[in-house]
Design a protein around this ligand. Structure first.
Ligand code: NAP
Ligand code: 3JN
Length: 341
């Protein structure tokens, strides 16, 4: 770290992820010299408190990044595509939470517990990409297994909270539950193609030509890139569930070499970013309501897949807005200033 403090811009500051970025920078005492909060013209004048000081939201423009060292983007892919180049041209390093640059060969895609070394490659474009939230918690849990015995195939099904869709979706679930509770004549359905309250939707993002959704294919492609292993076979089913915070995942892995449940437990007990919650006799296993507001990725229900030679099943839960987005980005920023800036 060469400076006492860094000038940090949060793009999308008024959103679910942006709010969490501000809170995470404060909670982890990130050395912020100046903070710039950026959003659309709709939000200009809104205020947020950071370390006891009130900051006013400004409109994002190409001139917003003068003097900025680190720009944390979470305002959607098209905003990143339009404004990340301006931020880089102004001398900032961009840590981007969107899908815009994740699969570009010269942009590192980073989960610090898994491939922090890739951050070194940020110089090519000045951009570091944060993976999709569902990928992040999966690779945090699987990294120790991957390193110990290799992973041949992953079959994952997700149970994703509405906060992954942003503030308007959190609001919609609340409104639908209230409408149903109050026996209202109509249930408001605006954000998702169907009612989400008391329902499960096997569609996250758009459908692609191969019949998978874009969210599912993000998990497939990002996992291969993060593990730097094109041979891992990954198949995903992504489902939206009526939970406010915390994505849950049922993960089945086929390993190269046999590994016992006890060995997996031992590995995960000391894995960075992981908390083992696996005591079925006491009905203890990871729950979304316990993961919400926490940094750790919770792992439990570890058991052998008895239908194949080398198979393990796990249940993995994390706060999608925290480890799935804001915390992962701030962890990257911490490594960046410690080792590179
Ligand atoms: P959100 O609650 O809907 O917030 C969207 C934010 O983007 C708001 O601050 C909004 O500002 C801003 N914004 C939208 N259009 C803009 C524009 N043209 N110019 C400037 N700012 C603009 O959504 P969210 O949940 O925070 O997610 C935001 C983005 O983060 C997503 O689209 C996604 O790309 C990314 N994300 C990534 C992950 C992950 O898996 N790593 C998870 C969730 C989200 P206003 O309030 O002024 O409209
Ligand atoms: O739906 C979720 O739980 C996670 C959503 C992530 C998301 C939402 C809108 C646009 C993304 C993302 O991070 O991949 C994007 C996007 O950037 O394309």
């Amino acid at each position: 770290m060469n400076k006492a403090g860094y000038n940090v811009a949060v793009v999308g500051a008024t959103g679910a992820v942006g709010n969490e970025m501000i809170a995470t920078l404060e909670a982890r005492d990130f050395p912020v010299a100046q903070l710039k909060l950026l959003a659309s013209a709709r939000s200009v004048g809104q205020t947020y408190e950071f370390k006891g000081v009130e900051y006013v939201v400004e409109e994002l423009t190409e001139d917003s990044f003068t003097g900025i060292d680190i720009a944390l983007f979470s305002a959607g892919g098209s905003v990143s595509e339009a404004f990340a180049p301006a931020a880089v041209a102004s001398g900032a390093v961009v840590i981007d939470n969107t899908n815009a640059f994740r699969m570009e060969a010269d942009v590192p895609l980073v989960v610090p517990e898994v491939n922090s070394g890739a951050i070194a490659d940020f110089r090519a474009r000045g951009i570091i990409a944060n993976p999709n939230c569902s990928t992040i918690q999966m690779v945090v849990a699987l990294k120790p297994i991957y390193d110990a015995v290799g992973i041949r195939r992953i079959v994952v099904s997700t149970y994703q909270a509405v906060s992954g869709t942003g503030k308007k979706a959190i609001d919609e679930l609340e409104k639908q539950v209230l409408a149903i509770f109050n026996q209202a004549p109509e249930i408001p359905v605006k954000v998702y193609p169907h009612q989400i309250a008391f329902n499960c939707l096997p569609q996250i993002d758009i459908f692609l030509e191969n019949g998978y959704t874009k969210e599912e294919m993000k998990m497939v492609r990002e996992t291969k890139k993060i593990f730097a292993d094109d041979n891992i076979r990954v198949t995903a089913t992504a489902v939206r569930v009526p939970v406010f915070y915390g994505h849950s995942e049922s993960i089945n892995v086929e390993t190269d070499e046999k590994i016992s449940v006890a060995e997996v437990r031992e590995l995960l007990e000391r894995a960075p970013g992981v908390e083992l919650v696996d005591d079925p006799a006491q009905k203890r296993y990871p729950l979304a309501i316990d993961a919400a507001g926490q940094d750790a990725t919770l792992v439990g229900r570890i058991r052998e897949d008895e239908s194949i030679e080398n198979g393990i099943n796990l249940w993995v839960v994390a706060d999608n807005i925290r480890k799935g987005a804001a915390l992962n980005a701030v962890q990257i920023a911490e490594i960046l200033i410690r080792e590179y800036l």
